[in-house]
Design a protein. Structure first.
Length: 291
């Protein structure tokens, strides 16, 4: 047997190689970045995974992303980026450019900021089919969602604040009879929403969503682990009596968001769904199950 024949017989089939590399890349972002350096054909397999979820944590990260964008064809990022997150230190100008290049097919978008209204980014998202949105800001803000974007959302997380949301309050005030055409038109922008989560600071403000989102299945109140007021909130949920409501302890960080997107960690939605389906209104506590 010649050396070339032996090398051919000893080589893994391309399909098996690809499966191995893609599995490793999906499990860990650092591994994915290393694998694109292995060979040109491996890079072709791994880049859609590597850039499928982009997290821009700083202005330096944004500059590095622009450098990468400039080395690729103009339409490279639009089709492959499915999840995108932007952190506080990224400027609005940088964010606009990133959204222009990368948001054409985004399904999941997250914003973690402290000094600005988190909804200022939303008009610059190019995707018409965004499904999951997470907003977290320490800035007191009036939330304003583009109607077409809001109408496409199935999952919405609103944390920190404090916030006001005139858009939602106005619809809630107009809704008298959900069977009337005028009311159905008013609630249309909320019709896709099945999952809603909010922090303890804003959950009172957000409760009208239970009325206007006619297909809502889960209203999740998120509190940090070992939150002292959790028993009080759980008792209040029990008093309200809406069995779509559930209290979940969760640290909603960028790392946890990414792990949930990549499927390497159980996310807050999966935990909330399990609790509601099993008849619980709180994750912890002496009394936490509906009677």
């Amino acid at each position: 047997m010649s050396k070339s024949e032996g090398a051919t017989q000893g080589r893994f089939p391309d399909e098996l190689q690809r499966l191995i590399f893609e599995t490793a890349a999906r499990a860990d972002g650092t591994t994915a970045r290393q694998l694109v350096l292995v060979a040109r054909h491996v890079r072709t397999w791994i880049e859609p995974i590597l850039y499928g979820c982009i997290i821009v944590r700083s202005q330096r990260h944004a500059a590095a992303l622009f450098d990468t964008i400039n080395t690729k064809p103009q339409d490279f990022f639009g089709p492959i980026v499915k999840s995108l997150a932007i952190n506080d230190s990224v400027t609005l100008q940088q964010s606009k450019a990133i959204l222009s290049a990368c948001s054409e097919n985004v399904l999941h978008f997250a914003v973690w900021v402290n000094a600005r209204n988190p909804t200022v980014f939303l008009p610059f998202i190019r995707s018409h089919s965004i499904r999951r949105l997470s907003l977290k800001s320490a800035h007191a803000s009036e939330l304003c969602f583009p109607p077409t974007l809001l109408a496409s959302l199935t999952h919405l997380v609103i944390l920190d604040g404090p916030y006001t949301w005139f858009q939602m309050r106005e619809v809630a005030q107009r809704v008298k009879d959900l069977n009337k055409p005028k009311c159905q038109s008013a609630t249309a922008q909320f019709q896709s929403l099945t999952h809603f989560a909010v922090c303890s600071q804003n959950w009172g403000m957000a409760q009208p969503i239970l009325k206007v989102a006619v297909n809502l299945k889960y209203f999740v109140v998120i509190v940090p682990p070992q939150f002292k007021a959790a028993p009080v909130i759980a008792q209040r949920i029990q008093e309200i009596g809406d069995q779509r409501m559930v209290l979940v302890e969760h640290s909603h960080t960028i790392d946890n968001w990414e792990a949930s997107i990549r499927g390497t960690r159980i996310g807050v939605w999966e935990r909330a769904e399990k609790l509601v389906q099993e008849g619980y209104f709180a994750e912890h506590g002496d009394v936490r199950k509906w009677k």
